[in-house]
Design a protein. Structure first.
Ligand SMILES: Cc1cc2nc3c(=O)[nH]c(=O)nc-3n(C[C@H](O)[C@H](O)[C@H](O)COP(=O)(O)OP(=O)(O)OC[C@H]3O[C@@H](n4cnc5c(N)ncnc54)[C@H](O)[C@@H]3O)c2cc1C
Length: 483
């Protein structure tokens, strides 16, 4: 009787995507014999996720929470057994600020990234001029853009063009650019509406107006939530920070997986046996080779491109066209008595037209417990991105000095107890206009390379739940159980 040869699966990259992919392979291995290897270039797992404990307080130097309305993140935490340690955001400070002529000003209640869902808070808001408010309100009556059937698949528009078309320039410059810029660290003039905020395009098409569509949806949502008793707020994180998801994943896979840290994939070539790949790795300056039936690339697109050049130069070239932006996060702690502003919100976003040298400031200790001592506040300031890359040319101490000057000028922060800077070079993919067509082409080329799977934040979403879903889908495809 012949015994089935185990399938050799190699996952490249141990950020959240690669860890989620490896974990899913291990979950599925119960029914499929498999040998799994996880290759990571650096000496630590987690990639962009970096949680540290500073003076006993949770300090996030990369992402700090994830959205709950995309279920992959919460579901993974539930499978890892720590759903009970997922935190809800503190309702006391659940509002956001936007800088207006140097003053932190409340974002109108019900404003949903691109569009208001309520009219009255916009009318009351000091963020917009009367003309700007009238222009925004006129959205309710504007006819939707209609495309011919043959245009529907390929059509795309920049986020800036869409917002100007529906709500006018003031809405774009004063609120949408900083709010969306805060998520994608991108230039809205280049950002693809359909790759990033397709639901707003759908609202226009379905309801004729975004305001009308959001109001209807909100009514339905309220009724649904009241019936189901929704468990989490819109964002959550584990009590001890995002690192605990990384640690739990590593713990789960250890023992079932060959973990190769400090090992870099250089290139992939066709292996000697039919349908296998030969992976050229370097570890401690020494070259090694590993064979695989299935290879999951959980890397930034340009890094996957470097490894795939020999196998399919066309695919590598398309992957390289996905641009990335660099950013940095400065985490600082202050005594509240040294801050003039009450800091009674979750954070502040800053429009480009305010001409500041920082992009946004988030207030983690107003969202979650155990981020700062009583009487203190922890702040995370975002720097760089596609719109201000030049600020990152300064060295770390100069960047921290810029941050401290800006915090003083905006919030009246007079003293700093602690500061740390974490840089994230080339870490945020830019979903530019045409992104969906490029991804469609990449997926076609990937499908021609049997056993090669691409996952990560370059393709179908940049958030942690998107990365988890993408890694798990690649694992299921590798194990041939994709839906
Ligand atoms: C500053 C910042 C803040 C963010 N905040 C949030 C947030 O609050 N919420 C949210 O949902 N999302 C947030 N995001 C987005 C989210 O964190 C990322 O999209 C996600 O963590 C990316 O995970 P990944 O595993 O795909 O990539 P990465 O984390 O980049 O992991 C890739 C891994 O591959 C390794 N690698 C690279 N090349 C090779 C090679 N040749 N061989 C072997 N290994 C290699 C790298 O060392 C790395 O460990 C943020 C992103 C940034 C930059």
């Amino acid at each position: 009787m012949s015994v089935a040869k185990p399938r050799r699966v190699v996952v490249i990259g141990a950020g959240i995507t690669g860890l989620a992919a490896t974990h899913r392979v291990v979950e599925l291995a119960e029914s499929h014999p498999v040998e799994v290897t996880l290759v990571e270039a650096s000496d630590r797992f987690g990639g962009i996720i970096q949680t540290e404990s500073i003076d006993g307080f949770v300090t996030e130097l990369g992402p700090d929470s994830f959205i709950t309305n995309k279920p992959a993140g919460v579901r993974l935490c539930e499978r890892l057994g720590f759903q009970d340690s997922l935190l809800d955001t503190d309702a006391t400070y659940r509002r956001s600020l936007v800088l207006r002529n140097g003053n932190p000003t409340e974002v109108p209640d019900g404003f949903m990234l691109l569009s208001p869902a309520k009219v009255w808070p916009i009318l009351k808001s000091p963020i917009f001029s009367i003309v700007g408010k009238l222009r925004m309100g006129s959205e309710y009556f504007l006819p939707p853009k209609r495309l011919r059937d043959e245009e529907l698949d390929d059509w795309d528009e920049s986020l800036a063009d869409f917002v100007r078309r529906r709500f006018g320039t003031e809405a774009l410059e004063r609120i949408v650019q900083p709010m969306v810029g805060g998520i994608y660290t991108s230039d809205p003039e280049k950002l693809s509406l359909r790759a990033t905020m397709a639901r707003f395009w759908d609202l226009e098409q379905e309801h004729g107006s975004l305001i009308r569509g959001l109001r209807r949806q909100n009514k339905q949502k309220k009724a649904k939530e009241a019936a189901s008793g929704a468990r989490y707020g819109l964002f959550t994180t584990p009590k001890n920070g995002l690192r605990s998801i990384v640690d739990a994943l590593v713990e789960r896979i250890r023992g079932n997986v060959n973990l190769m840290a400090s090992t870099k994939l250089i290139k992939v070539a066709k292996g000697a046996e039919s349908e296998t790949y030969s992976l050229h790795l370097v570890s401690d300056g020494k070259a090694t080779e590993v064979n695989a039936d299935e290879v999951i690339f959980a890397l930034p697109a340009f890094r996957a491109a470097d490894c795939l050049d020999d196998l399919c130069s066309e695919l590598a070239s398309d992957l390289r066209q996905i641009e990335y932006a660099s950013s940095a996060v400065a985490v600082t702690t202050h005594r509240l008595q040294d801050v003039q502003h009450p800091m009674d919100a979750f954070g502040l976003v800053i429009p480009k037209i305010e001409n500041r040298r920082i992009l946004a400031v988030s207030f983690p200790s107003r969202k979650f417990p155990n981020r700062a001592d009583d009487g203190c506040i922890q702040l995370r300031t975002f720097i760089g991105g596609a719109l201000q890359p030049e600020v990152l040319e300064a060295d770390d101490s100069e960047v921290l000095q810029i941050v401290i000057e800006e915090l003083k000028s905006i919030f009246g922060v007079m003293a700093t107890l602690h500061s740390t800077l974490s840089r994230h070079p080339q870490s945020m993919p830019q979903y530019h206009v045409g992104h969906l067509n490029r991804i469609r082409r990449i997926r076609e080329l990937e499908a021609n390379l049997q056993g090669i799977h691409l996952a990560g934040n370059a393709y179908d979403g940049v958030g942690i739940p998107d990365c988890i879903a993408s890694g798990e889908a690649a694992a299921e495809a590798a194990m041939s159980v994709a839906k």
